[in-house]
Write a protein that binds this ligand. Sequence first.
Ligand code: ADP
Length: 735
Amino acid sequence: MKFKKIYLLLFALILQNFAFSQEQTRSKKEIEKLLEDAGNAFFNLDVDKSLKLSKIALNDAYLIKDDELMAKSYNIIGLNFEEFYNVDKGLNYYNKALYHANLTNNDSIKDWVNNNLGSLYSYRKNDFKTSIKYYKKALIYSEKIKDSIEIMYTRLNICSAYFAINDYNNGVEYLNSIKDFVVKGNQLEAKISMCSMYGSYYSNLKDNPKAELFFNEAIRLSELNTTQLLDSNVCDVYNDYATHYKKNKDFEKAFYYLNLHKELKEKVYNDERIKKVKLAGGEIELDELERQINRIEGEKDEQSKDLKESKLIVLLFVIIFFILLLLLYSLYKNNKFRDQSNKELKIANEELKIAKEKAEVASQLKTQFVSTISHELRTPLYGVVGITNIILEEHKELASSPHLNSLKFSARYLLSLVNDLLQINKIEENKIVLENMIFNISDEIKTIIESLEFIAVKNNNKLILKIDSSIPEFIIGDKLRLSQIFMNLVSNALKFTKNGEVKIIADLDRVEGTKSFIKFQISDTGVGIAKVDQEKIFEKFVQIERKEGDYQGTGLGLSIVQKLAELFGSKVELESEEGVGTTFTFTIGFESDESKRNEIINNIEVDLSSKHFYKILVVEDNKINQIVTKKILEGNNFKCQIIDDGYAAINLLESEAFDVVLMDINMPIINGFETTKLIRKKGITIPVIALTAFDKEEITEEALASGMNDIIIKPFEPVKLFQIITNIINKKNAD
Ligand code: ADP
């Protein structure tokens, strides 16, 4: 028994459902229509038309990439091939249909394709087990979509497969389950199949009357058929019926139905039809091949694209790898370099440490040197200044002697220059404090000019002095520091000018309150200073084009000048042109308040006209200094006793009363500090004033610790000495 249901019939119905359920694109609708026509053509055995339409539909489905339409197209193509041409090719197209159907959510198409595959295995390959497997899968889909007609046909298919392997018991169960539904329904095809299968069933049970009843009914219904394709089914009914009669040895009837079977078969499967399938099918196969080629090429393109991309990735990878390698290398190099630098730094640090230690030692040596030189220079200078004073005092007629005044000035200048040279660090540290002295600007400048007159004469220079008459007669300020500035600037002007003139101008620039600002100008018509050197010359030890033997300077002059001017709150400005001349300008504000001025003058007068006859003990080993100090003190009506040794001084103090002791520090047998300590030890409270050439700051601490009351640095202004002596005695008396 054979029964075969062709799964195409429900297209129209499903199409309607789609139209309602979702919006279709025009092209999809058109393809659906093509497939519907292809299906109908197949049922009417117009295989040529059916295949041509499916071919167009399939190509279009590919264009719009619609799996459902592809599945449907392949299904119809499969049917045509299976039925009329080549079973294996048909199987191939069903498989394609199933592949695309499984990519969709449409269970109907899955149901159809599985049914068609089942039928192919049943009727073409006689592989009923595989067939039943496909049918049962189809049954699951048809039950899922609850399509009773589909369920009915699928069960008929399963029954037919079981009957084919003579499993009538299993088969009849499926047949019985749909019997009522078939009878009530109007599915002619189903009715023919069912009757034919019951015929076979009863024929097998040897219930001939029942079998013939069903076969006859099947044949009666077959004659009602108008669908050409169903002829193949009817053809099978004739065959089954012939088999039945053959089994019952009714050869006449068997021959009759076999003949009917043969005639109908020839009608359905004629050569012409098979040729048409071959032709139309060939075109479809060509298309398939083309698609396959395109797919392969597409894959190839993809692959070459992938290859290009992977090549690019590899290239990038290699580049990154190299960059990383370079980075690593530079890191390594850096590390090495750093290590090297660290080593070098360590060595440099060690060297610096050693250098620092050396510098510290050198600095200590320098301090020691400064201290020694300071003392050694100051002591003889004290003599020069003192003796000059003595001469001037003893020989009043020499007071107006320019030579003697020059000597006195030069000695004083030399002393302050020595101090400045040796204390250049202190100048830089701004440790120099300007003192307040009362002076006449014209006198001071004239004195300077006089002391420098010999250079002017030597270089054949004319010295011109212009002093503004509106400058107050007496002003207050540090005249020694001012002289230092002038000495440097004027001596430079005279040194660097030949056969020219040097002008010193002092103008009252402005008056602010009690302060008179005087603008000083020292200009010459000398060699001038090149623009490039103008900044440099204020630096320490800078000398431009110094000629050996020509001029012995230290290169410190202008740097001292600038720093002193800064102490005065001023700044030295320079204007110079090579071959034309140089002008230095600075402005200093001096206190010119009359009351302050009188105060200072009065103080001096009080001291100088002291009516007290103080008794002073001078402890000093230097013979010249002994004379100088004695003269100064006696000049002020003080009584003075000189002693050259500390121990002798102590003895004298024990036996004789004095008002004050002036104590030298540097003495051979016992120094001033030790002597003072012994004096204090003996309970003698007499004021002791250190009279020394040492730097005040250097000895202050030790002096006070040893019991001294004050310090006076040699050389000193006599007035200052008297002031200190008077103050200290007054203070003691007040206590
Ligand atoms: P010194 O006079 O000891 O060399 P200074 O500091 O006083 O040192 O001067 C520095 C340099 O500036 C001098 O060597 C000189 O070259 C230059 N100079 C200073 N004053 C004048 C001037 N009036 N005319 C030309 N050059 C000058």
